[in-house]
Design a protein around this ligand. Structure first.
Ligand code: FNR
Length: 197
């Protein structure tokens, strides 16, 4: 009946990209994820990782940078975090690890009981498998819950995107929607034990 139904709030995801370059395939993948989002899910991009200084406890003691505080705040308010990242030398891009280090500080950590989705694409056949394992280890240590299965790796990106960095592969679009749905399921389960505000 009109007026008596409670409006269901959207499931809100904050997303970051581990690549800073303009022509990033991983950034393109995030754009596609935003377009493929299931109904009732929103994605906000936190695009300020490059503004963070290299983590240094001395800086933190003097004054935590505004960007670090802002990053923590958007994570705290979100229902889930989505990390879309390339793999650098079989591991995490420094800019991403730096951001995690800044945001990890404080107790309870904003990562505690947080659902985290991880996506990545690469030109090679492994499609960011190694960096995803590293990220799971790091975030798991903070009490977050990286989505365990299915993983979202997209190998051989040249065969999936066109010259304008648009996905040409319908199966990948379907997979994006399904993955975001799984992330919502996980985040919804965790909301009972997560301190959001
Ligand atoms: C890479 N690249 C890469 N790829 C991969 O699959 N495994 C790896 O270990 C590495 N290592 C690596 C190190 C460094 C320093 C660079 C710059 C690149 C290749 C990488 O996947 C490719 O450049 C992607 O296009 C980077 O992602 P974006 O910027 O397109 O999102």
């Amino acid at each position: 009946m009109a007026g008596t139904e409670t409006q269901k709030e959207a499931f809100h995801i904050v997303a970051v990209v581990g690549s800073l370059r303009k022509g990033s395939y991983n950034r393109a993948l995030l754009r596609e994820a935003i377009e493929a989002v299931p109904e009732g899910v929103t994605i906000e991009v936190f695009d300020k990782l490059a503004d963070l200084p290299l983590f240094n406890e001395d800086i933190e003691t003097q004054e935590t940078p505004d960007t670090a505080l802002a990053f923590k705040e958007v994570i705290r308010k979100a229902d889930a975090l989505l990390v879309v990242t390339p793999e650098y030398n079989s591991g995490l891009p420094a800019v991403l690890k730096n951001a995690i280090d800044w945001a990890s500080r404080g107790s309870p950590s904003v990562f505690k009981n947080l659902a985290v989705g991880i996506m990545g694409t690469s030109p090679g056949a492994m499609g960011t498998v190694k960096v995803q394992a590293q990220l799971k280890q790091s975030l798991g240590g903070l009490g977050a819950y990286p989505l365990a299965a299915p993983d979202f790796v997209l190998p051989l990106y040249k065969s999936k995107f066109d010259a304008n960095l648009k996905l040409t592969d319908e199966a990948t679009v379907t997979r994006l929607t399904a993955y975001l749905d799984r992330l919502r399921e996980l985040g919804t389960c965790l909301s009972a034990i997560r301190e959001k505000l």
